[in-house]
Every structure is written in structure tokens, then in C-alpha cells.
Design a binder for this molecule. Structure first.
Ligand code: SAM
Length: 258
């Protein structure tokens, strides 16, 4: 049987061994840790990840990849054919007694943000994540205030993780060749987590950035702006600033007061 690539699942498989090794070597698990891979595909990363000797759980939506993945399964490597976004990941993890959790994946680009949101909202206690994403998305993740790419997703991510871009990956290193360039990013969980309610935080950040060219005064009309203004002033800002000018730490402070 020949494997047919499915565009609807974002199937662009990595072919370059140097890149595969660089991604796998960007984490340093010990054999007491757990690795979760999202979207193993034909197993390019999984084969190398197995060498760490940890438990490895791979979530793959496409049953036809059994063609490649069946041979990887053993007492340490567990392939789960399911949609990562719908799966109860926490109950899978509970089956293993592990130290730290690493998540890795050459992600299906059409669901990059839902995957990251799920990790945050399901409170999966990850230590570190390394993801291949679209290059423009990577730029957004690491953008600083006043930069064109700084947006709601930058603020969310930086509240939970230290985010860094590791390296770019040319589209020539995939089969089939995607239309866009890629980059590998690393998220390391912050040890001191802000005490914020995710849904409130997410709403106020989204509302703040709703109309990028508008000021906070305009975007946040429905909120108690007096309280917000107080926090902004304390940090040297005002409601006349736009969301893209406000550092993520100030958004966290605002969200923690609602
Ligand atoms: N890891 C392989 C590699 O680097 O060559 C494949 C990466 S490919 C970009 C993305 C993989 O994610 C595909 O195998 C696809 O079938 C799988 N996938 C897509 N949506 C998924 C989902 N919701 N849950 C789990 N896997 C998914």
C-alpha cells in the first residue's frame, strides 16, 4: 500500500536528517521524563525520540500512518490514533509515573494556536515544548511590544512560557514542499505562574487587540476602565495607548484584578 499525503491534516513530512537531529537534540530529557509527540506522521522525529529511552506518547489523527508507526511501538513507545485536540491528555499522562513532561512536534500548521491553547487550558504540566511552526507565526510568538507582530497570542504565550526561536527551516526540507517557510520555537514553562483565570485573561487580551489601530479606551469600553487606568498609570501607560504598546506583564496585572 502506498501512503497518500493528506493536505487536510497538514501533512508535510520532514526529510532532512540534520534538521530532525537538531529538533530532537533541542530537548534534554532523562529516562524518568515523559515525551509527548504531536503528529508523528511517518515517524521522522519519533524514531530519534525513542533513543532517549523515556516513555513516548505520540498522538496521530491519521490511521493510515500505521504503515510507518506500527513498527515503532514497544513497551516505551505508545501511539495513540486520535485527535490531539479532542483527547483527554491528562488521563493518558496519569498512566505513567514521570518526572518532567516534554512536548514536541512538527505541527499541522492549521491548528497551531488551538494546540497551544489546549495545552494551557487543560493545564498539562509541561516542562518544555519544542514546535515547528510557520515562520511568520514564530515571529509573532517572540515579538516585543511596538513590533508589528506583537499581538494577543504573544501576550498569552509569554504569560505562561519563556519563548524563544531556535532556528529557521527551509521549505525544501519537507515532502510535499509546503508553501510557507518554517521555524522551530521553544517554550519553557515559567516556574512562577501568574495567578490568573485563563478565560478572563484571554477575553481581556483579545478585546484589547480587537481593533489594532484603536486605543485601549475604545477597545475596552465594556470594562471598568477606571480600575484598568489605575494599573496602566502605575506602569507608565494610559488608556490612550494601543494594546500593541503594552508589555505582557501589564496585561497580566490587569487580568489578575478582574
Ligand atoms: N512529525 C512528522 C514529521 O515531522 O515528518 C509529521 C509532521 S506533519 C507536519 C503533521 C502531522 O500531524 C501529520 O502526520 C498529521 O496527520 C498529524 N495531525 C494533523 N492533525 C492532527 C490532530 N488533530 N491530532 C493529531 N495529529 C494530527
Amino acid at each position: 500500500m502506498e501512503f497518500v499525503f493528506k493536505k487536510k491534516y497538514g501533512q508535510n513530512f520532514l526529510t532532512n536528517q540534520t534538521i530532525i537531529n537538531k529538533i530532537v537534540q533541542s530537548i534534554e530529557p532523562t529516562n524518568k521524563d515523559l515525551i509527548i509527540e504531536i503528529g508523528p506522521g511517518a515517524g521522522a522525529l519519533s524514531k530519534r525520540l525513542k533513543q532517549y529511552g523515556t516513555h513516548l506518547i505520540c498522538y496521530e489523527i491519521d490511521q493510515e500512518t500505521r504503515l510507518y508507526l506500527d513498527e515503532l511501538e514497544d513497551e516505551h513507545t505508545h501511539i495513540i490514533y486520535d485527535d490531539f485536540l479532542k483527547r483527554d491528555i491528562m488521563s493518558d499522562i496519569r498512566a505513567y509515573d514521570c518526572n518532567r513532561i516534554f512536548v514536541i512536534g512538527n505541527l499541522p500548521y492549521y491548528i497551531t494556536t488551538p494546540i497551544i491553547s489546549k495545552i494551557i487550558t487543560d493545564k498539562i504540566p509541561i516542562y518544555e515544548a519544542v514546535f515547528m511552526v510557520q515562520k511568520e507565526v514564530a515571529e509573532r510568538f517572540v515579538a516585543k511590544p511596538n513590533h508589528r507582530e506583537y499581538g494577543a497570542i504573544t501576550v498569552f504565550l509569554n504569560a505562561y512560557f519563556h519563548v524563544s526561536k531556535l532556528f529557521d527551516v527551509s521549505k525544501n526540507y519537507f515532502i510535499p514542499k509546503p508553501k510557507v517557510e518554517s521555524a522551530v520555537v521553544k517554550f519553557t514553562a515559567k516556574t512562577e505562574k501568574a495567578e490568573i483565570d485563563y478565560s478572563k485573561f484571554s477575553k481581556i487580551v483579545k478585546d484589547s487587540f480587537q481593533f489594532k489601530r484603536k486605543t485601549l479606551k475604545n477597545n475596552l469600553k465594556q470594562y471598568d476602565t477606571e480600575k484598568i487606568e489605575e494599573i496602566l498609570k502605575k506602569n507608565g501607560y494610559s488608556l490612550d495607548h494601543r494594546a500593541e504598546e503594552i508589555p505582557f506583564s501589564v496585561f497580566i496585572e490587569i487580568a489578575s484584578k478582574f
